[in-house]
Design a protein around this ligand. Structure first.
Ligand SMILES: NC(=O)C1=CN([C@@H]2O[C@H](COP(=O)(O)OP(=O)(O)OC[C@H]3O[C@@H](n4cnc5c(N)ncnc54)[C@H](OP(=O)(O)O)[C@@H]3O)[C@@H](O)[C@H]2O)C=CC1
Ligand SMILES: CC(C)(CO)C(=O)C(=O)O
Length: 309
């Protein structure tokens, strides 16, 4: 690799802060420049004191040389780490940092993030992507990595000139791979996040409370079955083996764990509801499916939010 490559991260919260901190803290010799795009208090606090990053019992202060709150010309790679509900507006706000040479990596818990970004930046090379991570925003400019390797799976980029990016991420301790079945992996992750988010938010239960109560476990399985049917109708073969996998996988989390969607509903915010619950119901109905458990739980969530059902 000869010329300096430029990576932009849009949204410096739980995910963007984790990636940005890992990249800036690594002693990587490759000629790569990393830029943070933040806004509001995140921008002000990082500018004033740096990004506070906690991980593995250690606290680091990270001082990005390149921190902006508005666009700055095209980048080689743009990682978009906003919440799902901010994705479209953020992509519009930063459309001119993505040209036809740019690889775009949206990391939302959505199955159609790439489709949405392509609608706004049709020239860019937009990947299907997801990240396996638990990293929370403590306050703007302060991020705590709680678990998960931060592994990123993407679809395989067109052309052969993006190898440096995968090498760079891996060398910085962010395992990253391009896979032909990336969208299948994203649907599989969504099978877990959407269903667990929905049941924990509707009934205000911790992960432990879902698996210890057979009635609640049964409802969770029904949600997973409904989502697996939707995935199948979209061409992704998810089914009983995946559901069994997640019934075991949830036991790796501390019993008191709560989903981030549940925490949003607890404070009266609808958070990513449109993308975790409404999307499933709407797409299922369009496909002639009957997501009855999702509809029941959506009514409970709406009641918790004080929305008339
Ligand atoms: N946190 C995690 O461990 C994981 C999260 N995910 C998914 O990743 C996505 C991001 O989650 P997370 O990092 O937790 O979210 P956070 O809310 O912690 O971070 C999002 C950040 O993006 C900023 N942002 C939004 N719009 C813009 C913009 N136009 N310009 C600059 N910054 C902007 C927000 O600023 P502001 O506060 O001003 O809106 C906020 O700082 C979600 O879809 C989530 O479901 C996936 C796997 C793990
Ligand atoms: C892994 C899990 C389910 C827990 O934090 C999550 O990512 C979320 O709630 O969004």
């Amino acid at each position: 690799m000869k010329a300096i490559k430029r990576i932009a991260i849009v949204g410096i919260g739980g995910v963007g802060g984790f990636i940005g901190a890992k990249l800036l803290l690594s002693s990587n010799a490759l000629p790569v420049q990393v830029t943070f795009f933040a806004r509001n208090d995140a921008y002000k606090n990082i500018r004033k004191q740096g990004l506070i990053f906690e991980s593995g019992g250690k606290m680091d202060m990270v001082h990005p040389q390149h921190l902006y709150n508005r666009s700055k010309g095209a980048y080689d790679v743009v990682i978009i780490a906003t919440k799902s509900y901010s994705l479209e507006l953020a992509t519009k706000a930063y459309a001119d940092i993505m040209d036809k040479q740019t690889l775009v990596v949206p990391l939302q818990n959505m199955v159609n993030a790439a489709e949405l970004v392509k609608g706004v930046a049709p020239e860019a090379n937009v990947l299907d992507a997801c990240i396996y991570l638990i990293s929370n925003l403590i306050k703007p400019g302060h991020v705590k990595h709680l678990g998960g390797p931060g592994k990123i799976i993407t679809s395989i980029p067109e052309g052969s000139n993006h190898k440096w990016f995968y090498e760079y991420m891996n060398q910085a301790g962010i395992p990253m791979e391009g896979r032909a079945d990336a969208l299948h992996q994203i649907w599989k992750k969504y099978l877990f996040i959407s269903t667990l988010g929905t049941i924990t938010a509707a009934h205000d239960l911790s992960f432990g409370e879902v698996i210890k109560d057979p009635k609640m476990t049964h409802i969770w399985i029904q949600l997973m079955e409904e989502l697996a049917l939707l995935a199948q109708s979209e061409g992704f073969a998810l089914g009983a083996a995946d559901i069994d996998h997640f019934l075991g996988f949830i036991r790796d989390f501390p019993e008191a764990s709560k989903s981030s969607f549940q925490l949003d509903i607890d404070i009266g915010s609808k958070g990513e509801k449109e993308f975790l619950v409404d999307f499933v119901i709407q797409r299922s109905l369009e496909r002639g499916l009957e997501p009855l458990t999702y509809i029941d739980l959506d009514n409970l969530i709406n009641r918790r939010l004080g929305i008339d059902v």
